[in-house]
Each structure stands twice: as structure tokens, then as C-alpha cells.
Design a protein around this ligand. Structure first.
Ligand SMILES: CCCCCCCC/C=C\CCCCCCCC(=O)OC[C@H](COP(=O)(O)O[C@@H]1[C@H](O)[C@H](OP(=O)(O)O)[C@@H](O)[C@H](O)[C@H]1O)OC(=O)CCCCCCC/C=C\CCCCCCCC
Ligand SMILES: Nc1ccn([C@@H]2O[C@H](COP(=O)(O)O)[C@@H](O)[C@H]2O)c(=O)n1
Ligand SMILES: [Mg+2]
Ligand SMILES: [Mg+2]
Length: 222
């Protein structure tokens, strides 16, 4: 949903910045790589220490590179298959780092095995949700469903909650509860999304197989 409705807004806002980077000779691939490195650093340095506010600030600065790189490639007319592969592959790396950061916190000083497991579930289910689409498309299906909780929702829900939970360190009482709530929401939402996508792929593959069988039958009859 965010991908559908917020992308146009962020495209407008980020286009001048993307144009500036192109004028400075920066490549879309460099933005993809630096953005991913920044997200990983923010998540894996700050989150395991319980520094959720600063971790979220660092991640937020770098995560928008994922909208800038494609914008640059399109403006410069150099969108490529390699760029699409690099972008999607490094999305998985960045997402893995964010939820690993939460899991490491709960496995350590956060001291909560259940929430550690929920964070690991968010990590794994998010990767599988993305895989369903990539694999479905690779076997020639449209996978005409996005689902309840796509990547943008996973990131916004967990990062807004983490950033706000981090305000506990500045003396705001009780606010740290937002992070566990967000992790449960992302976990449940990812499960629903996974089911939505698997059901769609099952229906689309049955339709495609039936159409192929009908076409073969028609050829054999001629
Ligand atoms: C008192 C202060 C408290 C502190 C609070 C901290 C506030 C922090 C707030 C928010 C931070 C969240 C920002 C998250 C932005 C996420 C942007 C993003 O990168 O989205 C990526 C997404 C998808 O991009 P792609 O098409 O490249 O990726 C595809 C996707 O991954 C598919 O995955 P799947 O969905 O299938 O699981 C893959 O299948 C595919 O391979 C892959 O190509 O892009 C979008 O969706 C575009 C829309 C972005 C919407 C962003 C909304 C941001 C909302 C609020 C931002 C508020 C910012 C406030 C900044 C404050 C800074 C202090
Ligand atoms: N290094 C890159 C990154 C992206 N692209 C192209 O942009 C598309 C993704 O657009 P986003 O707005 O989601 O970043 C991707 O499919 C590629 O076509 C690129 O060429 N090089
Ligand atoms: Mg991108
Ligand atoms: Mg991306």
C-alpha cells in the first residue's frame, strides 16, 4: 500500500537530490552499496546495544538510498537488469540486518527469548515473502498481489516503533513497549502476506498449466 501511495510523493521529493548526485558523478550502484552499508551499520552497531533512537536515525538516513538509486537510474536512462538484481538482493541484506539487530538485543541485554524469536520470525518471514514474488515471477507468473505487509510496511512499522521506543533513553516512560508491539504486528502481517502470495501463485500456476495443456491439446488435434 505504501509502495503504491507514498512512492510518487518520495519520487517528487528525492528527484532533485538524485539529479545532484548524478551531476557529481555518483553512480546508482554506488548509492545502492553505500545505502546498504549504512543501514547495516546502524542496525548492527546500535540496536544490539539498545540504542534504538540513534540506530533508527542512522538507518532512516541510509534507507532512503533505496528510493534514490532507482530514481537516479531512471533519470539517467541507465536502468539495468544488473541494477534491479543488485537493488533487490541488497534489500534482503539490509532487512536481514535490521531484524538481526532487534534479535541480538533481545538475545543479549534485552533478555527476552520470546521477542528474540519474534524478531527472527520477522527476519525469516520477510525474506520468504520477497522470495515468493521473485520465484513466482521467475517461472513466468505475474504474481498479481502485493499483500498486506510489503517491505515498505515492514520497515516503516518497525523503524517508527524503534525510533519512538528509543525515546525511553531520553526519559519518556513506558514508550519502549512500542517495539514489541511492532514486532508482533510485522510477524503476524508477514504471515498473512505470505499466505496471500502463496495462494495467488498456486492459482496463477494452475491457470497457466491449464492454459498450456489446452494449447498442447489443440496442437495435437490438428
Ligand atoms: C521523536 C522522533 C522519534 C523518532 C522516530 C524515528 C522516525 C523514523 C521513521 C521512519 C523511518 C522509516 C523509513 C522507511 C522508509 C522505507 C523506504 C524504503 O526503502 O522502502 C522500500 C520500498 C520498496 O522498494 P523496492 O521496490 O526497491 O523493493 C522491492 C521490495 O523490497 C520487494 O519486497 P516485498 O515487498 O516483496 O517484500 C521485493 O520483492 C523486490 O525485490 C524489491 O525490489 O519502497 C517503497 O515502498 C516506496 C515507498 C516508501 C514509503 C516510505 C514511507 C516513509 C514514511 C515515513 C517516513 C518518515 C520519515 C521521518 C524521518 C524522521 C527522521 C528523524
Ligand atoms: N543500482 C541500481 C538500482 C536500481 N536500478 C533500477 O531501479 C529499479 C528500482 O527502483 P527503486 O525506485 O525501487 O530503487 C530497479 O529495478 C532497476 O531498474 C538500477 O538500474 N541500478
Ligand atoms: Mg532502490
Ligand atoms: Mg530496493
Amino acid at each position: 500500500m505504501l509502495n503504491k501511495y507514498a512512492r510518487a510523493f518520495f519520487t517528487r521529493v528525492l528527484t532533485p537530490f538524485a539529479a545532484l548526485l548524478l551531476r557529481l558523478g555518483v553512480s546508482p550502484d554506488a548509492v545502492t552499496l553505500v545505502g546498504t552499508a549504512g543501514v547495516m551499520a546502524g542496525a548492527l552497531v546500535f540496536f544490539p546495544m539498545g540504542e534504538f533512537f540513534w540506530g533508527t536515525i542512522v538507518i532512516t538516513v541510509f534507507v532512503f538510498s533505496d528510493l534514490v538509486d532507482g530514481n537516479m537510474a531512471r533519470q539517467a536512462g541507465i536502468s539495468s537488469r544488473w541494477g534491479a538484481f543488485l537493488d533487490s538482493t541488497l534489500d534482503r541484506v539490509a532487512d536481514g540486518a535490521i531484524f538481526a539487530g532487534f534479535a541480538l538485543w533481545y538475545a543479549g541485554s534485552g533478555d527476552d527469548n520470546v521477542l528474540c524469536a519474534v524478531a527472527i520470525f520477522c527476519l525469516a518471514s520477510g525474506q520468504v515473502v520477497s522470495y515468493t514474488k521473485a520465484r513466482g515471477e521467475s517461472i513466468g507468473l505475474p504474481v498479481a498481489v502485493n499483500g498486506l505487509v510489503e517491505r515498505a510496511e515492514r520497515l516503516v512499522i518497525s523503524l517508527v516503533a524503534a525510533g519512538l521506543a528509543g525515546l525511553h533513553g531520553f526519559g519518556v516512560p513506558g514508550i519502549q513497549i512500542l517495539l514489541p508491539i511492532a514486532l508482533w504486528i510485522v510477524a503476524a502481517g508477514s504471515l498473512v502476506t505470505l499466505v496471500q502470495r502463496v495462494v495467488t501463485v498456486r492459482r496463477e500456476s494452475a491457470e497457466a498449466d491449464a492454459a498450456a495443456a489446452a494449447a498442447q491439446g489443440g496442437e495435437a488435434a490438428q
